[in-house]
Design a protein around this ligand. Structure first.
Ligand SMILES: [Ca+2]
Ligand SMILES: [Ca+2]
Length: 296
C-alpha cells in the first residue's frame, strides 16, 4: 500500500489554494502593490522572486541591484541542500508532509494529516486518527551525536491514568531506538507534575515543562556523552548517555504518536500540531543554534 500521495493530499492542495486566494484578496484589499511600481526608484522592477518558496518568508524583491528597494536578506535555508547531516526536514509549508531532504526517506503513510496555521507558515494538524509514518530505513538508524527539533502545539494533555507508557503523547519515535514524547514530570524545584517533553535514547532526559494551547520549540540533543532536552531554547538537566544509540528496531519512525509497529491503530496520539521538524544525524546542534531555531 503506497500512500505517498494519499487521497487526503488533494484536500490539502485545495485548502492551500483556497488559503492562497484568501491571501491575495486580502493583499488587494489593503492596496498591496506588486513588484514593478511604487517603490520610488522610477525604474522597472523585475518580478518578485521567492528564492525559497517553502521557507514561509515573503519573496525577495527581485534580483539585488535591479531597483532601489532593499532586498530582504536571504534567509538561512531551513532545509539546506548539501547538508549531509540532515535526515528529515518537514516544514509542511506547501500543505504536504514531504521530506525536503533530497534523496531522504519519504513518509510511507500520511493520512488524516491536515494543513493548519503553523508556527512558521503551515503546520501538520494531527489528531486521534492521524498516521505519519516512515518505514524502516537505514537513513533513520542514526548514531550519536544527533539532534531532533520541532515546534509542538498540543491541545490535549497526556492521559493521567494507566501505565507509564499510556501517560504520554508521542512526538517522534523510532521505536526502540530514539524518541521524543510529552509526559508528566515535576519541574526542577517542584513536586507537582507538569506536561514536559522528554527524550529517550537508552538514557532519558527531561526538558523544562511546555504549556498547552501554545507553540513551543522542543529539541533533543545527544552530544555523544550527554542527552539534553530544550524547550524554547532553554535546556533541561543533561543526563549521561554513553551507550551507543540502538539501530535494531524494525518499526520505522512515527510522528505524532508512539511507534509500536501498528501506526494505523493510534497509540498515545498527539492532538495538536507539529511544525518545522528536523532530524540531524552526527550533529549535536549548539545551544545557540537551538535558540535561533526556537526564535524563528
Ligand atoms: Ca511550517
Ligand atoms: Ca532500525
Amino acid at each position: 500500500m503506497m500512500l505517498r500521495t494519499p487521497p487526503s493530499s488533494a484536500g490539502l492542495a485545495h485548502a492551500v489554494k483556497a488559503a492562497a486566494l484568501v491571501g491575495l484578496t486580502a493583499l488587494a484589499a489593503c492596496g498591496f502593490t506588486p513588484s514593478g511600481a511604487g517603490d520610488g526608484d522610477g525604474g522597472i522592477d523585475a518580478a518578485d522572486v521567492d528564492a525559497a518558496p517553502s521557507d514561509g518568508r515573503p519573496p525577495l524583491d527581485g534580483p539585488p541591484g535591479v531597483d532601489a528597494r532593499t532586498d530582504a536578506p536571504p534567509a538561512v535555508a531551513f532545509c539546506p541542500s548539501g547538508e549531509s547531516a540532515l535526515v528529515l526536514c518537514l516544514p509542511f509549508d506547501d500543505g504536504t508532509t514531504t521530506n525536503r531532504v533530497s534523496n531522504g526517506p519519504q513518509p510511507f503513510l500520511s493520512t488524516n494529516v491536515t494543513p493548519v496555521a503553523g508556527r512558521v507558515g503551515l503546520a501538520a494538524g494531527l489528531g486521534a486518527t492521524s498516521a505519519l509514518w516512515f518505514e524502516e530505513a537505514p537513513a533513520l538508524d542514526i548514531a550519536s551525536p544527533f539532534t531532533i527539533e520541532m515546534f509542538v502545539y498540543y491541545t490535549q494533555d497526556p492521559p493521567t491514568t494507566g501505565a507509564s507508557g499510556d501517560r504520554r503523547v508521542g512526538l517522534l519515535d523510532n521505536d526502540s531506538q530514539y524518541s521524543l514524547f510529552l509526559g508528566w514530570h515535576p519541574p526542577v524545584g517542584s513536586t507537582t507534575d507538569a506536561v514536559t517533553p522528554y527524550c529517550n535514547a537508552n538514557s532519558t532526559a527531561w526538558g523544562p515543562p511546555a504549556s498547552r494551547d501554545a507553540w513551543h520549540h522542543v529539541a533533543c540533543v545527544h552530544s555523544g556523552t550527554t542527552l539534553t532536552v530544550y524547550v524554547d531554547g532553554v535546556p533541561g538537566v543533561p543526563v549521561g548517555a554513553t551507550t551507543a544509540v540502538g539501530t535494531g528496531g524494525q518499526n520505522g519512525t512515527t510522528l505524532g504518536q508512539n511507534g509500536d509497529g501498528d501506526v494505523t491503530t493510534p497509540s498515545v496520539p498527539l492532538i495538536g500540531r507539529l511544525d518545522e521538524v528536523r532530524l540531524w544525524n552526527g550533529v549535536a546542534r549548539s545551544a545557540l543554534e537551538i535558540a535561533a531555531a526556537a526564535a524563528r
